[in-house]
Design a binder for this molecule. Structure first.
Ligand code: UD1
Length: 417
């Protein structure tokens, strides 16, 4: 197993480019199931979750070839309708193949994902929507078995905005008969990216990015070439990296408008952000101010940036209240940040962070994807050496992060344990 060693205290400076979005690429890969033929997907990040998705598509009978950040997927011979526990347990998003398989083949058998480190994460909204579209659903031996002769458009009202649920039902409804309305839908930019690809394939989707999405079913879809949007969470993580080290970093291949909630909070904390000619320059202040945040569905403050922002608040002036409203168990980084000397107490859904002058480097353990990023950020700002183990979490969602940070002047290396 690999670990990261960081010697902290260096101000990050220079240019860094953001990779393609993991959370957009995953459903985009799954959408290829909907049309037989050859797709070319570009700006794909090299990540473990992408590899898992490739394995899922391969197990279904698709042919996949990768060349750098371009992946060619041929779904002509896709004929298997089962996604096994082995694949779904390593990545929950695999469950998204259920609806598209059902839409193309009339049946599908997909393992239930099971628990997850950051919360229970049920898929009841996905299943409720598939049933409303006319699927018969049975849960047997840990698998969801779904059948449908013909899916029919309907109105689906989500109990809460769910990103995966919205993507899943939007994809499935493209091939249903008639009109589907998704109400209280999630509005994340990755949903818009997926809708853009589906519309290029011949789907009739309106309203993606708002809370009501209208999908008029079509008879068939065609394969396309598509470029994945930039990863807003990776971009946000670099912004915090600049801020926490008091650095001056220029970030390219990012869409700042996807990060409004974060930008406002960083600016309130004293961070300078300039957007010119598609390049975002982030300058950390001499003194950071403490700011409160509450995670919310998009366009609110993203839960996927909560851990990183908390690392920043550890060295801000004053006290910050960080409320996590999306997942019930997303404070596992707190006990690790305390190992750096941070002053944090948890009170129910909130963490109270009292800023201290300096963090001190420590051996710590990554617990989930974004928690890993927060430990790197703390390590970059801390005095002395930090050693982060269990970084396989990081490899699920950040492409070559240690190389990108080293390119900005960080003293960070990956070593084999
Ligand atoms: C996606 C992102 C993840 C991000 C999350 C919230 C991907 C691959 N992952 O996850 O990085 O942290 O959005 O922005 O895009 N819920 C239910 N029942 C359901 C579905 C969801 O109760 O059927 C709940 C969840 O437990 C959670 C909330 O709804 O509390 C939001 O989850 P959701 O938006 O579905 O997250 P994911 O799509 O799994």
């Amino acid at each position: 197993m690999d670990k990261l060693i960081i010697n902290g205290g260096r101000k990050l400076k220079g240019d860094v480019s953001v990779s393609g979005s993991k959370n957009a690429a995953l459903p985009i890969f799954v959408a290829t199931i909907l049309a037989p033929g050859k797709f070319e997907i570009s700006n794909v990040p090299f990540l473990r979750d992408i590899n898992t998705t490739i394995k899922v598509l391969d197990s279904l009978g698709a042919r996949i070839e990768g060349n750098g950040n371009v992946v060619r997927i041929d779904t002509t011979g896709l004929n298997n309708v089962e996604a096994t526990y082995e694949l779904v347990k390593t990545m929950r998003a695999s469950v998204l193949v259920l609806g598209p398989l059902l839409a193309r083949h009339g049946r599908a058998r997909v393992s239930l994902p099971g628990g997850c480190a950051i919360g229970a994460r049920p898929i009841d909204q996905h299943l409720k929507g598939l049933k409303a579209l006319g699927a018969e659903i049975r849960l047997e031996h840990g698998y969801v078995e779904a059948t449908a002769k013909k899916l029919k458009g309907t109105r689906i009202n989500f109990d809460m905005p769910t990103v995966g649920g919205t993507e899943h039902l939007m994809m499935t409804a493209t091939l249903a008969k008639g009109v589907t309305l998704l109400e209280n839908a999630a509005r994340e930019p990755e949903i818009v990216d997926l809708a853009n690809m589906l519309n290029l394939m011949g789907a009739q989707i309106e309203g993606a990015g708002t809370d009501t999405i209208r999908i008029e079913g079509v008879k068939e879809l065609s394969p396309v070439d598509y470029r994945v949007m930039p990863d807003r969470i990776e971009a946000g993580t670099f912004m915090v990296a600049a801020a926490i080290t008091g650095g001056d970093v220029r970030i390219s291949n990012m869409q700042l408008e996807h990060l409004d909630a974060l930008v406002f909070k960083l600016q309130d904390a004293g961070v300078e952000i300039l957007n010119k000619d598609g390049i975002v320059r982030v300058k950390g202040p001499k003194k950071l101010r403490s700011i409160n945040i509450k995670t919310r569905p998009y366009p609110g403050f993203p839960t996927d940036m909560q851990a990183q922002f908390m690392a920043l608040m550890c060295i801000a002036d004053g006290a910050s209240v960080i409320a996590e409203n999306i997942f019930e168990n997303r404070f596992m980084h707190v006990s690790e940040l305390i190992r750096f000397g941070a002053d944090i107490t948890i009170d129910g859904k909130s963490a109270i962070v009292k800023g201290i002058k300096k963090l001190s480097g420590a051996p710590v353990m990554a617990t989930d994807l974004r928690a890993s990023a927060s430990l790197i950020l703390a390590g970059l700002a801390a005095e002395g050496q930090t050693e982060i183990t269990r970084i396989y979490h990081l490899d699920r969602g950040y492409e070559a992060i240690e190389k990108k940070l080293a390119g900005l002047g960080a003293d960070i290396v990956r070593v084999k344990e």
